[in-house]
Ligand binder design. Structure first.
Ligand code: AN7
Length: 352
């Protein structure tokens, strides 16, 4: 049977959607859960590691899962326009799904701080891109203020439909593994995704589909780690622009997910993020964007400090595709080697 997209695939679990409304979908979800044995060996971990590769969603990130539900609800409600603040991926998803629904999209982004791939998606899909001189947090404040005065539906994750969609990734993990993992590693920015996964896992356990729950392991970038520091960060800074957020909307819910699951929310440095980013690409053939690699950077850190039990089942979500932000890859990897267009000369340089 062909995949129907997350709304119709999990319609009976979409707690917030009005009954029977037609889905606004790009057939998102059903992303691969890729085993990573070389990574496990490299980390020195005697455990099974799986990568939930969310970069293979239609717009290249996990945001499509929430956006299909938010846009389905907005369309059912007769909305004509949507708005969001974004570090990039939410804006790409909002723009794409709005165009599909025949709605206008306004996306508010921190000027100069979103990856080019994401900006190109927003403009190509016809959104009006508003660039603010400030951080994501400033953009988000502007969005909520605009929505109080004008007929636009906010599709940031304060919109409860978003988390309903995003929880389906946890369902898919369990559907494939036929159990819940022991640990689930995620990058944390606005903290919606860790909240949504926890919601999904608990729902499957409540309904007897799985009989255990994972520890939720969230990782912020060290320069944008308000939850870890216990205070908002006024000027967040990190190479992982997707999670450059100083005051997460789902802060309290993420702490609840951490505490109820017996997990952690900790920080990883930009150097640790980039090392994990390169490792995933060079050892497992999986290209994710820097923010996504925070999950694997976190795993590595915990393995190194002996905090992951042997023989565990570990899942790391890779939230966005590496092609969103190719500049970063070019910056951190060696340049192409110039060779003459002639065999002997080329072989010499190749060392063969
Ligand atoms: C690749 O697009 O917040 O903790 O505005 O794009 O649920 O916020 C993006 C977040 C991780 C963090 N990885 O997830 C936005 C935005 C990637 C992301 C996160 C984001 P949350």
């Amino acid at each position: 049977m062909s995949w129907k997209g997350v709304v119709d695939q999990y319609r009976s679990r979409m707690d917030t959607l009005p009954e029977g409304c037609p889905a606004v979908t790009l057939l998102e979800g059903n992303t691969p859960l890729i085993e990573a044995p070389r990574l496990a060996r490299e980390l020195g971990l005697n455990a099974r590691i799986y990568l939930k590769y969310e970069g293979l969603n239609p717009t290249g990130s996990f945001k499509d899962r929430g956006m299909t539900v938010a846009m389905t609800a907005a369309a059912a409600d007769g909305a004509k326009a949507v708005i969001c603040a974004s570090t990039g991926n939410t804006s790409a998803a909002a723009a794409a799904y709005a165009s599909r629904a025949g709605m206008k999209a306004f996306v508010v982004v921190p000027d100069g701080n979103i990856a080019l791939g994401k900006l190109s998606q927003a403009v190509l899909h016809g959104a009006t891109v508003l660039a603010v001189d400030g951080s994501f947090d400033d953009a988000f404040r502007l969005v909520t203020a605009i929505a109080e005065k004008a007929p636009v539906t906010v599709v940031n994750s304060i919109n409860p439909h978003r988390l309903q969609g995003q929880k389906t990734a946890a369902f898919e993990v369990c559907d494939v593994l036929e159990r819940a993992p022991d640990y689930h590693f995620l990058p944390v920015g606005n903290a919606g995704n860790i909240t949504a996964y926890w919601m999904g896992y608990r729902e499957y356990q409540r309904d007897g589909i799985v009989d255990s729950l994972p520890k939720m392991m969230g990782f912020q970038a060290a320069g944008a780690a308000p939850i870890v520091n216990g205070a908002p960060v006024a000027n967040p800074e990190t190479v992982a622009s997707a999670i450059r957020i100083g005051n997460p909307v789902s802060w309290k819910k993420a702490e609840a997910a951490r505490d109820e699951s017996g997990g952690v929310i900790e920080a990883v440095t930009d150097a640790e993020i980039l090392a994990a980013y390169k490792l995933l690409g060079s050892m497992e053939g999986v290209f994710c964007e820097p923010a996504s690699a925070a999950s694997v950077a976190g795993l590595r850190k915990l393995v190194e400090s002996g905090r992951i039990e042997d023989n565990s089942l570990v899942v790391c979500t890779l939230t966005g595709h590496g092609l969103k932000d190719p500049d970063n890859a070019i910056k951190v990897c060696p340049e192409p080697v110039r060779v003459p267009a002639e065999v002997e000369g080329a072989l010499k340089i190749m060392g063969l």
